[in-house]
Ligand binder design. Structure first.
Ligand code: KIV
Ligand code: ZN
Length: 511
């Protein structure tokens, strides 16, 4: 394999969405998919078509929307899965079926109850069947890093002979180290007789914090596709983060001489969007996209930075699409200036969305002296993302303090009908959430997490609240932003509830 071009296979919408509370609705998935194309990924894994009606619709809609990227759907090694994937991918200009089966002794025995020979037969059948439906078939050896090398080599050879043009070797449980993962690729590329007929791909989970290091080691060893997610979201400790891989390849081109199609200036926008739609906040010290990734606190560092930014910065914030936090519009700013700012930040809103966002911007500018880019991003994400929720927060009134019990009076719009309830609680948040329960009963659901973060510095900052609700094994995460933390809390809770009701089915709203 001589090319230095690394294909980026993004699985934010499939493996990323599998992480607890990270589910996205159709509209959110389409927004993320559009941003992934702007980011320059080569392949978008849009979902697991057979998993649910919602997954099927999402794969189909992303397939219809994608202009340039290949769109993939996951499928186990059986006809029903593969047929469903092919059906969902019908509208795609460039469809890919991604089929997988486990190859480690443990998985084959315990999970599949199949002998190695039966697994080889399943690979032959499934890949052949998929190739009869689409040209582009990727095959994955689940738990590749704990598979017997001799058997893995036979499995890969079988998949390539049956028509797979991409071979993915996932570190499903995040067990590999850079040395062992690199060696695995070197070994398989050397010993599989038809290895030159396929592109080898990495897929690393981050259980030991090594996902990106393992990915890069495999690239050095000959892999030419990497599977990753925005912000590294994914099962358990997550997947390899696309922004870290892309920037490592760019900043350390001297020792990692490879290219990707990633438009690095779109990284921050992609990160913020995924964080907003999933409600999964990015840790402040996260590489590339964390709030502190380009912050210099100590005097010595600040002094060095003022003399020459290269003293403490190996890449510029601008190179990953982070504009300097700038003071922007004030309460006298008009529609044209606001529209201009939105365009600079990469938003293009429909007329009704723009009108709502502008109204909220005016309220914010009245409440807050300084309106920063981050405020506008939080506000627009909050407004646009909840636009299709069937339950919306209309009014919030809260009474609380050091004396007496906290009380909340809440008005929600439920399918367009205004409904009001009052409730008491141990504190204002408890009272508010009880009022939501009084209007839309959901006795089986529990609050699993409640987090508040300030969007910018200052006591007048907007609060960004994230709420996770759990019910019968399902989880849903909601977000809300407002200068009033309690209004943001109500919005976040109701956003999570909307997602939970979508997951559970619509009948609950009849209660
Ligand atoms: O981690 C894994 O093994 C996967 C496969 C389904 C590709 O996500
Ligand atoms: Zn995975």
């Amino acid at each position: 394999m001589t090319t230095d071009r690394i294909l980026i296979f993004d699985t934010t919408l499939r493996d990323g969405e599998q992480s607890p509370g990270c589910s996205m609705n159709l509209e959110e998935k389409l927004r993320v998919a559009a941003q992934l194309e702007a980011l320059g990924v080569d392949i978008i894994e849009a979902g697991f078509a057979i998993a649910s009606e919602g997954d099927f619709e999402a794969v189909e809609a992303v397939a219809r929307q994608a202009e340039r990227a290949i769109v993939a759907s996951l499928a186990r090694a059986n006809r029903a899965d593969i047929e469903r994937a092919a059906q969902a991918l019908k509208p795609a200009r460039r469809p890919r079926i991604h089929t997988f089966i486990a190859t480690s002794p443990l998985h084959m025995k315990v999970k599949l109850g199949k002998s190695p020979e039966e697994v080889l037969e399943a690979i032959r059948e499934s890949v052949t069947f998929a190739r009869n439906l689409v040209e582009d078939v990727e095959w994955s050896a689940e738990d590749a890093t704990r598979s017997e090398p001799d058997f893995l080599a036979r499995a890969i050879e079988t998949a390539i002979r049956a028509g797979a043009s991409t071979i993915n070797l996932p570190d499903t449980v995040g067990y590999a180290t850079p040395e062992t993962y690199g060696a695995l690729f070197r070994d398989m590329l050397n010993r599989v007789p038809n290895a030159d007929k396929a592109i080898f791909s990495t897929h690393c989970h981050n259980d030991l914090g090594l996902a990106v290091a393992n990915t890069l080691a495999a690239v050095m060893a000959g892999a030419r596709q990497v599977e990753s997610t925005v912000n590294g979201i994914g099962e358990r400790a997550g997947n390899a983060a696309v922004e870290e891989i892309a920037m490592a390849l760019r900043v350390r081109h001297d020792v990692l001489p490879f290219r990707t199609g990633i438009v690095t200036t779109e990284i921050t926008r992609a990160s913020r969007l995924v964080s907003a739609v999933t409600g999964m906040q990015v840790q402040p010290n996260k590489a590339i996209v964390g709030a502190n990734a380009f912050a210099h606190e100590s005097g010595i560092h600040q002094d060095g930075m003022l003399k020459d930014a290269a003293t403490y910065e190996i890449m510029t914030p601008e190179s990953v699409g982070q504009a300097q936090s700038s003071l922007v519009l004030g309460k006298h700013s008009g529609r044209a200036a606001f529209r201009d700012k939105l365009a600079q930040l990469g938003y293009s809103l429909a007329d009704n969305e723009f009108a709502d966002a502008f109204r909220r911007f005016k309220d914010l500018a009245d409440a807050k002296k300084q309106v920063f880019d981050e405020d506008i991003i939080a506000l627009v994400d909050d407004e646009v993302l909840r636009g299709h929720d069937r339950i919306q927060v209309s009014e919030v009134e809260v009474y609380c303090g050091s004396t007496g019990q906290a009380r909340a009076i809440l008005t929600l719009s439920v399918d367009g009908e205004e409904k009001m309830a009052a409730a008491k609680g141990t504190g204002p948040v408890d009272a508010l959430f009880k009022a939501v329960r009084a209007i839309v009963p959901h006795p089986e659901a529990h609050l699993l997490r409640y987090e508040v973060a300030a969007v910018t510095a200052g006591t007048d900052a907007q609060a960004e609240v994230s709420v996770v609700l759990g019910e019968a094994g399902r989880t849903a995460r909601g977000v809300g932003a407002h200068t009033d933390t309690l209004v943001a809390s109500a919005r976040a809770y109701v956003n999570a509830l909307n997602k939970l009701l979508v997951k559970r089915g619509r009948s609950a709203l009849a209660a």
